[in-house]
Design a protein around this ligand. Structure first.
Ligand code: NAD
Ligand code: UFG
Length: 348
């Protein structure tokens, strides 16, 4: 299949382009590089044996996007393109609404104009807000605690409305839990700009000596050891899930799932391992994988954080035939390999 991958130069998108190529699919990247380096394309080329077709286009530029679709002959679209920092979204909410929702609407409109009727969308476990019960399955109550989360929830709703209005359009919103790790080659990985917001990239930067100590946000949560618990998922597993989703939407005979099929219309599916890991458990696993010590201080809780989040991942297995295969040791080993081979990210 020929797949338009919006945001394909980013962290999860780049791994998905590699996973698509491994299955014989052709990825065409559309990215404005607001949060990615064009050099990632060379790395993808080294992993796949050929440079991916790529277009520097903003999803909100309808004319430019239409040109890509007009020349494309796409079977499906995967939509990763978004701004993703929770903290920044609280400071610049309108930029988040404009980019994440404007981009999503623009993409859906171009798909409609060009008769492309299959979409896989990057959603997030953030749409569950503060969990009422664990593990979280897809029927859990939805709520948001910040503007970024609101963009994910509203984007899911926009996509569901578009599917309801057009019987041919089928979409899967994949609700990622906590993606971490890197490709085992060490050639592609997560390259945050500035101070990392998320735990694993922060640990990696402490391990290579770029940051002195980790701050553990809260030691008094009602969890196994008092630190926050999350469902970390290896980015290679996550990338593979997108291939399963695209192939499931292709169904038999290559047309989008018809009425009565479980994937007809819009479907939300969790992507997690189904197991919670605490901050200190992750620190210890990383120390074992890297042979480096990670000094830390336990400090105040971070505003907006919750104690514990982990997925019920069974729907992904039932509908997509996918389950996570890589454990926390692989996540730490591959994150460390990426960080030690590329201490400055794609800049070197
Ligand atoms: P990323 O920032 O590395 O990748 C996003 C890519 O989209 C970047 O290359 C960026 O340049 C591009 N982009 C952003 N806005 C664009 C626009 N208007 N037009 C064209 N390109 C645009 O992020 P990621 O970690 O790979 O995340 C991918 C998706 O998954 C995002 O939608 C994110 O919200 C979602 N998600 C990520 C996480 C996570 O922890 N990484 C968790 C849950 C959900
Ligand atoms: N943490 C620290 N120190 C740090 C960073 C994080 O102790 O320097 C802790 C947090 O308090 C939390 C855990 O590590 O207990 C994980 O924090 P992350 O920031 O890595 O991840 P979150 O679960 O807070 O959020 C992530 C993404 C969101 C997404 C959410 C659910 O950043 O965008 O997962 O998918 F919405």
């Amino acid at each position: 299949m020929r797949i338009l991958v919006a945001g394909g130069a980013g962290y999860i998108g780049s791994h998905t382009c590699v996973a698509l190529a491994e299955r014989g699919h052709q990825a065409v990247i559309v990215d404005n590089h607001c949060n990615s380096a064009p050099t990632v394309l060379d790395r993808i080329a080294r992993l796949t044996g050929g440079a991916p077709e790529a277009h520097r286009v903003d999803l909100r530029d309808a004319a430019a996007l239409d040109r890509v679709f007009a020349d494309g002959g796409f079977d499906a679209v995967i939509h990763f393109a978004a701004l993703k920092s929770v903290g920044e979204s609280c400071v610049r909410p309108l930029d988040y609404f404009e980019n994440n929702l404007g981009g999503t609407v623009g993409l859906l409109q171009s798909m409609q104009r060009h008769g492309v009727d299959r979409l896989v969308f990057s959603s997030s476990a953030t749409v569950y807000g503060e969990p009422e019960a664990l593990p979280l399955d897809e029927s859990a109550r939805l709520s948001v605690t910040n503007p970024y989360g609101r963009t994910k929830l509203i984007a899911e709703q926009i996509i569901a409305d578009a599917c309801a209005a057009d019987v041919r359009l089928c979409a899967i919103s994949l609700r990622y839990f906590n993606p971490v790790g890197a490709h085992p080659s060490g050639l592609i990985g997560e390259a945050p700009s500035g101070v990392p917001n998320n735990l694993m990239p922060y640990i990696c930067q402490v391990a290579v000596g770029q940051r002195a100590r980790l701050q553990v946000f809260g030691g008094d949560w009602p969890t196994i050891d008092g630190t926050g618990v999350r469902d970390y998922i290896h980015v290679v597993d996550l990338a593979r899930a997108h291939v399963h989703a695209i192939e499931a939407l292709a169904g038999e005979g290559g047309s989008a799932p018809a009425a009565g099929h479980p994937l007809h219309g819009h479907t939300a599916i969790n992507l997690g391992v189904g197991r919670g890991i605490s901050v200190l458990e992750l620190v210890r696993a990383f120390e074992a994988a890297s042979g480096r010590s990670i000094p830390y201080d336990i400090v105040a809780r971070r505003p907006g954080d919750v104690a514990e989040v982990y997925a019920d991942p069974r729907l992904a297995e039932a509908l997509l035939g996918w389950r996570a295969a890589l454990d926390v040791d692989a996540m730490c080993r591959d994150a460390w390999r990426w960080q030690s081979m590329n201490p400055g990210g794609y800049a070197g």
